[in-house]
Write a protein that binds this ligand. Structure first.
Ligand code: ZN
Length: 432
């Protein structure tokens, strides 16, 4: 449990005037810090040194954001491989392992180094939004084991001075009771789970506006968050917080409260949107991969490709902040996919299915049903297989390997899937 910060300490965390610097001044400020950061990373993180040396680039050559293009992007898949070849952090850690406050483990598996700098970044996001506030009773309905979710936000809420209910995931009926009995003011959860809890409350005969004290929920972290955000605001009168981050890089962009996309968080990182093929920065409103360079003295990732596709705008926002904004997260590239708030790596799907030689082809199809992610696993199998028994075994196996339940197993006629079929098919965009 972390000590609560005083109002003065909270206020000192966040300087709005810095976020409203004239664009030219902002650029110089970033360039100067970037030059220092890449030197630090080169000297302290062996994997970063290797990345520079392999590319034949000296850290002295990186003086501006544009100079970053001289370096290759490290993809999430490469990060997984590098960590596995040289565990635990693949040479990206700049401090002794036991100086870390938290090591989270994301599906991959991938190790994530988290500490006070990320907690403070998230705390600043809440301070900007104005919610949750000191004195709020907050239900943290996110996973508490392995991944940076429940425990991370508990750390943040501790500093803020909130009362935390570590509710975890599932048991929506109990969550409704907690919301009601404790008169919780904020619910931190994935939007689809928040929706399930609100629906459950109505089923149980509650009127959310009348019987609860709920003011604040979260809208980010899932693809169809935007649809739910509207519902939360319009139907339930809730304030919806939003932001963008990844398990590897932490919180890196925030919604200023106007819902105009995610401002780059200049305090914690430099963001580039790049063409995934060439690694070159794209123009505003063009689609590219979100690539992050962290101002971190702990885990100084340089040009880390998040795998998320997005577009950005550099028009000054009506809030007055001058950092560019990610206008929308548009999808994912690479060999992993985010579903039900979790990452599944293609290798994990392959590993799960390797136990079933009677399955000749398998394909995971992601769709939406109402507001929830729905996973269908398409299979082509040998003739004469006991489909019921196989389905049950596969559902169990998938749950063991990547902690997700398949909603439906579909048996396809042999030859339905072409030779060059995709193992992941995402239909959630076209549906929503
Ligand atoms: Zn803004």
């Amino acid at each position: 449990m972390l000590s609560r910060l005083s109002p003065q300490e909270l206020a000192s965390l966040y300087d709005e005037s810095r976020e409203k610097m004239p664009p030219q001044e902002r650029e110089e400020w970033l360039d100067q810090r970037l030059a220092e950061q890449v030197k630090f990373a080169y000297e302290n993180a062996p994997a970063i040194r290797e990345k520079f040396d392999k590319a034949g680039v000296s850290p002295h050559e990186i003086g501006t954001l544009r100079d970053l293009e001289k370096l290759p992007v490290t993809t999430k898949d490469e990060l997984v491989r590098l960590q596995q070849a040289n565990p635990p952090f693949g040479g990206f850690l700049a401090v002794p392992l036991n100086s870390l406050r938290r090591i989270y483990v994301s599906p991959g598996p991938i190790y994530d180094a988290w500490g006070p700098e990320r907690v403070k970044a998230q705390l600043r996001a809440y301070l900007r939004a104005g919610y949750p506030r000191p004195g709020d009773v907050v239900l943290v309905s996110l996973a508490y084991h392995m991944v940076p979710a429940g425990l991370f936000l508990t750390d943040v809420m501790d500093l803020m001075g909130c009362t935390v209910v570590p509710a975890g995931t599932g048991q929506s009926e109990l969550q409704v009771k907690l919301l009601h009995d404790l008169q919780a003011t904020a619910l931190l959860s994935f939007p689809s789970f928040t929706m399930s809890v609100l629906k459950k409350a109505e089923e149980m005969g509650y009127d959310v506006r009348r019987d609860f004290n709920l003011r604040y929920v979260v809208g980010g972290g899932e693809r169809h968050g935007q649809i739910l955000k509207k519902t939360f605001q319009e139907q339930y009168g809730l304030i919806v917080g939003d932001g963008y981050g990844t398990a590897d890089a932490g919180p890196v962009a925030y919604d200023c409260g106007l819902g105009q996309g995610y401002h780059y968080d200049d305090e914690v990182c430099v963001i580039e949107i790049v063409d995934p093929e060439t690694g070159k920065q794209v123009s505003p409103l063009q689609v590219g991969e979100v690539v992050v360079t962290l101002f971190s003295h702990v885990y100084p990732l340089v040009r880390f490709g998040t795998g998320d596709l997005a577009a950005y705008t550099d028009e000054v926002c009506s809030c007055g902040r001058t950092s560019p904004r990610i206008t929308k997260i548009l999808g994912m590239i690479g060999e992993h996919i985010r579903v039900k708030g979790m990452f599944v790596h293609l290798r994990e799907l392959d590993e799960a299915m390797s136990k079933f030689p009677q399955v000749s082809k398998y394909q995971m199809v992601l769709g939406l049903e109402e507001h929830r992610d729905r996973i269908t696993l398409n299979l082509e199998v040998e003739p004469g297989v006991d489909r019921q028994a196989l389905s049950e075994a596969i559902v169990r196996r998938c749950q063991d390997v990547f902690k997700l339940r398949m909603d439906k197993i579909e048996f396809l006629a042999e030859g339905t899937l072409p030779e060059d079929y995709e193992k992941f098919v995402d239909r959630r965009w076209s549906q929503g």
